[in-house]
Design a protein around this ligand. Sequence first.
Ligand SMILES: Nc1ncnc2c1ncn2[C@@H]1O[C@H](COP(=O)(O)OP(=O)(O)OP(=O)(O)O)[C@@H](O)[C@H]1O
Ligand SMILES: O=C(O)[C@H](O)[C@@H](O)[C@H](O)[C@H](O)CO
Length: 166
Amino acid sequence: MADLVIVAGVSGSGKSTVGEALALELGVPFVDADSLHSAANVAKMAGGTPLTDEDRGPWLDSIGQAMRSAENDGLVMACSSLRRRYRDQIRASAPGTFFVTLTGSRELLAERLAGRAGHFMPPALLDSQLAAFEPLQPDERGIDLSIDAAPDTLVARAVEAIRAHP
Ligand SMILES: Nc1ncnc2c1ncn2[C@@H]1O[C@H](COP(=O)(O)OP(=O)(O)OP(=O)(O)O)[C@@H](O)[C@H]1O
Ligand SMILES: O=C(O)[C@H](O)[C@@H](O)[C@H](O)[C@H](O)CO
């Protein structure tokens, strides 16, 4: 099976940066799950209100379908996938998905969000993102990476982990 990877984590953890570089390295397409959010979801977040499970349900279904459709060609998706049950929902469609979670201190995340311009996600939502996040559990296929390393180091570690867990 081709590589099916989701780069997950809270806002500002580096999902888009690391995901894009990882896709290049693996030679597969890259999709940012932010582009699959409904206009209503984006407006809600931009207005400073965290999404609920109900808001995320249809979005997670569309992500599961996109992953499943990519089973032959491979895909790297940047998608927050904050809770275990969200990852379960995606795996229900695409069981082969490997999750790379990006985690770091609140301080570092806040610094990276503050240094970024032109994004709809307000830094004020960081605490709700951190409250929702559930780390990978031992039975989940994936790896957790600490975001204090440079993006190319994170990509190399992710590739190594993907190859080690066929
Ligand atoms: N490992 C890293 N080292 C240094 N800076 C990084 C690293 N990863 C990401 N960044 C920077 O941190 C900021 C946030 O990264 P990015 O936009 O990729 O996060 P994200 O998780 O995709 O965010 P969101 O979910 O809100 O779209 C960007 O300015 C990016 O250049
Ligand atoms: O589940 C969620 O709350 C969302 O996916 C957010 O995580 C954002 O879309 C993203 O982080 C901002 O770009």
